[in-house]
Ligand binder design. Structure first.
Ligand SMILES: C[S@@+](CC[C@H](N)C(=O)[O-])C[C@H]1O[C@@H](n2cnc3c(N)ncnc32)[C@H](O)[C@@H]1O
Length: 265
């Protein structure tokens, strides 16, 4: 199924999803993606560690939601998960968890569909998260998700690729209004504070691709949780969000430049 017209995969145009796959040590990428990733790592050797910390935050947020009784997950801008896949993390806690992956990048959707072929509790669709009405109305989405029951909406590492504007505000409001009480919103987002030098280098690199980066100050990221109650410890650097007991302590979490938070309603 495709909610938006699905463009062909172009191996010569670097894609955000495939570049992230390189950082995570995945194999679903092309030379054009590896060239951008190599340049990124040259400029900012921390990038693979930042990508891993982001996925680890996502895994902990998913397990938190599943622990709260949530059995359905809507992963918006899901990418090419080479590590800490959402359906696996959720099912560690709740084996009956259902997951809908959505991405605007056809490579991400293709790979996810291939992985989920024989999984009746998970699906991947091509779509634009900025068009929530079209997305939530699709029969395949309605078959998998029950909006009368609590849902976890996951926006991991994606909002910083979307510019400010009425489309973004309206989309976030639409997801908030669509979900039942007891639902959860998890967001991770690049921020410029504390280590502005790191984010400037990161931003300059992405600004040369088709997906410029919009790092946001913590208060701007917090604004995305309007209408949700942030759970403890609030909006913090990803490694600081409810670390697992056996996670290695991180001496300078701000070097991870990505904030993570979870809200409930
Ligand atoms: C850096 S990746 C993050 C992937 C994954 N969520 C994670 O945390 O590892 C960002 C993803 O968002 C997707 N994306 C960007 N804009 C989108 C949009 N408007 N709708 C859906 N997906 C989008 C990109 O294609 C890419 O796969």
């Amino acid at each position: 199924m495709s909610i938006a017209a699905e463009p062909p995969i172009d191996p010569n145009r670097p894609s955000t999803a495939r570049i992230a796959d390189v950082f995570l040590g995945g194999t679903h990428n092309f030379a054009s993606d590896r060239a951008v990733a190599a340049r990124a790592i040259e400029l900012l050797p921390e990038v693979p560690a930042i990508a891993r910390a982001n996925r680890a935050f996502l895994r902990r947020a998913v397990r938190y939601a599943a622990g709260r009784g949530i059995r359905q997950f809507l992963d918006l801008g899901s990418g090419i998960p080479s590590a800490n896949r959402v359906h696996e993390a959720a099912r560690d806690v709740a084996p009956d968890a259902r997951v809908l992956y959505v991405d605007i990048d056809p490579t991400a959707v293709l790979y996810a569909r291939h992985q989920l072929e024989s999984d009746p509790g998970a699906a991947a669709v091509h779509g634009d998260l900025l068009r929530p009405a079209a997305l939530l109305d699709e029969p395949e989405v309605q078959d998998l998700l029950d909006l009368d029951q609590p849902l976890a909406v996951l926006l991991s590492g994606v909002l910083h690729f979307l510019p400010d504007g009425p489309d973004l505000d309206a989309a976030l409001a639409a997801y908030r209004e669509a979900v039942a009480p007891g639902s959860v919103l998890a967001i991770s987002h690049v921020t410029p504070s504390d280590h502005a030098d790191l984010t400037e280098r990161f931003t300059a690199l992405y600004n040369r691709t088709e997906t410029p980066l919009t790092p946001r100050e913590p208060d701007e990221v917090a604004r995305f949780f309007a209408g949700w109650r942030l759970v403890e410890p609030g909006l913090v650097y990803c490694p600081e969000w409810r670390p697992d007991p056996d996670d290695e302590p991180v001496s300078d979490p701000a070097r991870f430049v990505t904030l993570g938070g979870v809200g409930e309603r």
